[in-house]
Design a protein around this ligand. Sequence first.
Ligand code: PHE
Length: 455
Amino acid sequence: MSRPAESIHGQWSSRWAFILAATGAAVGLGNIWKFPYIAGENGGGAFVLVYLLCIACIGIPVMMAEIMIGRRGRQNPVNSLRSLADEEKRNPHWEYLGWSGVIAGFLILSYYSVIAGQAMAYVFRSFSGVFEGVTADGAQSIYASLTGDPERLLAWHTVFMVFTMIVVSRGVKGGLEKSVKFLMPALFAILLLLVGYAANTGEYFNQAIDFLFQPDFSKLTGEGILIAMGHAFFTLSLGMGAIMVYGAYLPKDVSIAKVSISIAIADTLVALLAGMAIFPLVFANGLEVGAGPGLIFETLPIAFGHMAGGALFGGLFFLLLVFAAWSSAISLIEPAIAWLVENRNISRKRACVYAGFATWLLGLLTVFSFNIGQHWLLFGKTMFELLDYVTANIMLPLGGLSIAIFSGWILAKNSSQQELAIQHPILYHLWRILIRYITPAAVIVVFLKVTGILN
Ligand code: PHE
């Protein structure tokens, strides 16, 4: 199977457009909703340190590998992997790696959309002033009233899925690129404002900084390390082909190393800012750091409820969060759409209807996990928790491991050297050492540790 010189879906109009789109894919609920709550549940500092190490030593090299494979293959992840394997005269079954990505994207989007729906509901609540003067108890009961109502969750999940599929159906330039140009900078500005507000809490702000940046290794479990590593993949959108398929639309002359580093820095900054905005409020209001998935919905309204213009800022904040989730959601489903269009020969619109409907349907499991299905447990987890755990902590790291092996061991040195075109030989060697040895070893060791094989 030969590979096309250009993707049939078009190309990003510039390097900048790609950075925005990939940053849009990376920055999402993972940074603002998930990072703070898992950092809280896993004891803070030491967890954050492991997460940062994983971003630098595993995330950036794997991101470069994914973009490289995508740009060289110029097709959906399944076909790209197969044609590159063919070209190197290696086993074509590498295409299954593409498959696992398509499936992971579909599973993640099914619950992602429900959480994004909760953020949508909060846009309206904020603007309408519901949070004015709200107490910690009040904020908790407002959140509980939303999640306890399956019909409302379902309605918002539906709205979010429809919006997502509309953007995806418009394709690379029309849909994906346009939607991220102003959203990212605006989100960043509001986050800074929130951190500024949190900084006014004085000692609580310091307590939050200590919590996030003073590592206390006695609080870190093997499971916590796995969650930190899984989150590094999740937050950078790695291990499932999203960044790979975006790489397929990347112009030839762009430096893959530079864009990867920029995206990782922006993504990390947003997560850390979110933590710095949220934890001071947690401490100032005597809330639980390990409150779980409701954390941002139960803390931020308190800040908005007590600041001047809070209804407006709160509404804007949740609106931007929805947009950030949106630009990630489109990347979660893009591998499946590209596959349907390329291999099933159907139109992009039709592909969106099929894939969107299937995802919506699976999303019902998450909708019910918050209410009537609270007690449907498997391995002690609700359906939502299970979907999240299996995708983020198992499928993405395994996908990342396989991508590292593919690009470090299967792809010839010549091919990766040519595609990455890193000027300094030392930097190229550094990448190759990381991708050939460090990434695979790290993922394997963490897995062995969690399963108890390694103590
Ligand atoms: N990176 C996104 C976030 O942090 C989630 C995501 C994961 C998007 C995997 C695409 C692929 O919210």
